[in-house]
Ligand binder design. Structure first.
Ligand code: PXP
Length: 239
């Protein structure tokens, strides 16, 4: 029996709400439905441009929903301040660029990393678990470990894009090897980005996988089958 937790990302419930800037659909209601349908954790990415999740959503979900809250955020002083104020259970630091459609791969850990190290220690010092979103590359995983991260979230987007192509097996193997290294270094192992009902099983089957963070495919499926069924189906595939 696998023991993989499922983090449901509710960003795109907020994307739909922001299309009209009204109250519905409410990400808090989505969080409640997700939790009663098999989610173990609620995930949100508060972006600098506030295109979907708003600070108020994070605050309300923190206060009104009894579940672990995982905040994805850029490495900025603004986000650090918000995290220290709202105090999610865990934070995942991600790269963020203006006008990108979605997160473009893992953090660059080989450039100027002074601010990253400072924010990791500030958030970690406040008792919030710190995860770094990294590509399945051994040098990035070792760097993240040296920076003091508790958790590595391996970026699965290249694997997801390789689905049905010749390089699929190779991309899966990269993630398997990276996962082995994460566990060898004694860190928590998460994976996510681009995971869907087709490509998720080989990732959920990786030894030591602690948690998968999934959003877009589940919210898309929810349009046709309802959020309850969409989450429950994903839970069945991953546990
Ligand atoms: N993990 C991270 C770090 C992300 O930035 C995202 C997207 O917000 C996800 C997981 C979820 O990706 P998807 O919406 O493609 O499932």
């Amino acid at each position: 029996m696998k023991k993989v937790k499922l983090g449901i990302n509710v960003d795109h419930i907020a994307t739909l709400r922001q299309a009209r800037k009204e109250k519905n659909p409410d990400p808090i209601e989505a969080a409640r439905v997700a939790l009663t349908s098999g989610a173990d954790m609620i995930v949100m990415h508060l972006r600098h441009d506030r295109r979907h999740i708003q600070e108020e959503d994070v605050r309300r979900i923190r206060e009104e929903v009894k579940a672990p809250i995982h905040l994805e955020m850029a490495v900025t002083k603004e986000m650090e301040k918000i995290a220290l104020k709202i105090r999610p259970d865990s934070v995942c630091l991600v790269p963020e660029f203006p006008n990108e459609v979605t997160t473009q791969g893992g953090l660059n850990l080989n450039g100027k990393t002074g601010e990253l190290k400072r924010i990791i220690s500030s958030i970690s010092g406040a008792g919030i678990e710190v995860s770094l979103f990294v590509n399945p590359e051994p040098q990035d995983i070792r760097a993240a470990h040296n920076f003091g991260a508790d958790t590595i979230e391996i970026c699965t987007s290249v694997y997801a894009e390789s689905w049905g192509k010749k390089i699929q097996a190779q991309e899966l193997e990269k993630i398997q090897l990276a996962s082995f290294l994460v566990k060898e270094l004694g860190m928590n192992l998460h994976a996510g980005h681009g995971l869907d009902y087709y490509n998720v099983v080989p990732i959920a089957n990786i030894d030591g996988m602690d948690c998968l963070n999934i959003g877009f495919s589940i919210i898309s499926r929810a349009v046709f089958v309802g959020l309850k069924n969409a989450v429950a189906e994903m839970k069945r595939l991953t546990s």
